[in-house]
Design a protein around this ligand. Structure first.
Ligand SMILES: NC(=O)c1ccc[n+]([C@@H]2O[C@H](COP(=O)([O-])OP(=O)(O)OC[C@H]3O[C@@H](n4cnc5c(N)ncnc54)[C@H](OP(=O)(O)O)[C@@H]3O)[C@@H](O)[C@H]2O)c1
Length: 266
């Protein structure tokens, strides 16, 4: 099966208005797969959809949905309707707050978890059921190195990404003999507008070694048949950030806490 036969005729990209989400959308469309693009801001979604239709000759529709809302999974399902979805990409998921846990109202963290855990899981369930019946399809859950352990100012974020890691591994185990590919793509620093905004807000220089969104998305699509995990910058047989002892995990928290203090004070 070629890409469109395995992952078409429609892909749903949640968090598609910019950065890696927009890169996923362009690259999927370039393979002849129609796209449903989801994010909150209508203007960038519509501009991208127009560009995709013109450049790749596929159908492309948009839906403005806040994925942190409790009814987001129902809205996503309604926006997609009865289109046959062969690929679900959950890209939305950063933490725009950059704050200590106690410095935000708990509703901030609950909204983040709602989007990254509940909406991600409910949408995955919705799209994977028919994929499993058809015996083909793919689910790509965008992740972060934060999934490998808790870090100052990122407790809720790390927890949600650790959930994604374990969830993806479990789903991969269940789907691997049913023809549905499952991958969690563990990203590192990537040159997205949201990451640039956060660094500028904190007065920090933008890291020169940040990855390009196009390259990150390309890796995710290339590794999709080889789940459950792809770590950006690491070969498949390299442990990277994940193989840590208790003492190493403690050192990791302290090291990041020192960087955090430079960024956030405290
Ligand atoms: N950038 C990095 O350095 C980096 C590093 C590691 C992991 N990651 C992961 O990569 C993914 C993309 O990150 P990013 O830096 O591009 O930031 P992001 O804030 O996740 O934004 C990505 C997309 O998601 C949409 N989005 C965000 N919150 C949403 C919500 N509540 N409802 C609907 N759409 C929403 C944004 O559009 P709207 O604002 O229009 O809604 C945008 O199109 C995330 O999962 C993140 O955890 C990023």
């Amino acid at each position: 099966m070629n890409f469109a036969e395995r992952y078409g005729p429609w892909a749903v990209i949640a968090g598609a208005s910019e950065g890696t989400g927009a890169s996923f959308a362009r690259q999927v469309a370039a393979q002849g797969v129609n796209c449903v693009l989801i994010a909150r801001r209508e203007a960038p979604l519509n501009a991208l959809a127009e560009q995709i239709r013109k450049q790749h000759g596929v159908e492309c529709v948009t839906a403005s949905i806040d994925l942190s809302a409790r009814d987001a999974p129902q809205k996503v399902a309604a926006a997609v309707g009865n289109r046959e979805v062969g690929l679900f990409v959950m890209n939305a998921g950063s933490d725009p707050n950059g704050a200590y846990f106690l410095d935000q109202d708990v509703s901030t963290w609950l909204e983040l978890v709602q989007r990254n855990v509940n909406t991600m899981m409910a949408c995955t369930h919705h799209f994977v059921c028919p994929m499993a019946q058809r015996g083909r399809g793919g689910v790509l859950l965008v992740n972060s190195g934060a999934c490998y352990g808790g870090l100052s100012t990122m407790g809720a974020y790390c927890g949600s990404k650790a959930f994604t890691l374990c969830f993806a591994e479990g789903l991969w185990g269940e789907m691997r003999e049913r023809g549905v590919h499952v991958l969690t793509l563990v990203m590192s620093k990537t040159d997205t507008p949201e990451f640039r905004r956060l660094m500028a807000e904190k007065g920090m220089p933008f890291p020169e070694d940040a990855a390009s969104p196009d390259e990150v998305a390309a890796l995710g699509l290339e590794r999709l048949p080889h789940g459950p995990i792809a770590n950006w910058g690491e070969a498949d047989d390299q442990a990277g950030m994940s193989a840590l002892s208790a003492a190493q995990r403690r050192e990791r928290v302290i090291m990041i806490d020192q960087i955090t203090k430079q960024m956030f004070g405290g």
